[in-house]
Write a protein that binds this ligand. Structure first.
Ligand SMILES: [Ca+2]
Length: 202
């Protein structure tokens, strides 16, 4: 029988979760994900160390991302999108431990459909969206290209055009019927074609 997080929390009364947020038990998480109880316990301890209340806010998320990724490798707008995508409820502006484990489990499947759904979340900032139009796609592509490092500012100015051109080319590729709307299914088809190209012998 696994110990629950509540039992683990009880060992350290100085770190209380917010009363409205009940942490799930390890057995609940292992039942719904692929992760081992050992990994979950380790990851939970790390999460709780960074976020004693159990609610990770965007500033915490940004700080942690910047600890593991060089700051010039990821843009601020992209981190904000990532934060939104991880949150099961983007309106409450927090990520819970369960949100992270659920998203990592989902992403580990790695299918074109999963990649498509995740990308739509990154593009739209909404978890249940099925489609998007060019303006929000172009902004998303810019966030991927934009760099947070001031030293790259000059380079970024020349890359803006490249980002816009790439956004247009990609959107055209996605929106096959040319009605101005790209769908999750269009993205899945796109990711599938990339996977097939990668596995196809030259
Ligand atoms: Ca279309």
């Amino acid at each position: 029988m696994f110990r629950t997080f509540t039992e683990l929390d009880a060992e350290d009364p100085s770190e209380k979760w917010e009363s409205t947020l009940q942490p799930p038990s390890i057995s609940q998480i292992t039942a719904s994900t692929k992760f081992s109880p050992r990994w979950i316990k380790y990851f939970y301890a790390r999460f709780k160390n960074e976020c004693p209340t159990g609610r990770m806010r965007e500033a915490d998320f940004r700080r942690i991302i910047c600890m593991v990724i060089e700051s010039n490798q990821v843009s601020d707008p992209y981190i904000s999108r990532l934060f939104c995508a991880f949150s099961s409820d983007p309106t409450d502006k927090v990520i819970t431990f369960n949100d992270i484990v659920t998203c990592l489990t989902f992403l580990s499947e790695g299918t074109p459909e999963v990649q498509a759904e995740w990308t739509v979340r990154l593009i739209t900032g909404r978890p249940d969206e099925d489609n998007f139009q060019y303006p929000e796609f172009a902004t998303f592509v810019s966030s991927v290209f934009a760099l947070g490092d001031a030293r790259e500012r000059m380079k970024r100015n020349t890359e803006k055009e490249t980002a816009r051109q790439r956004a247009m080319t990609l959107f055209k590729e996605l929106d096959k019927d040319n009605d101005g709307v790209a769908t999750k299914a269009d993205l899945a088809r796109f990711f599938r074609s990339i996977q097939e190209a990668d596995t196809c012998p030259v």
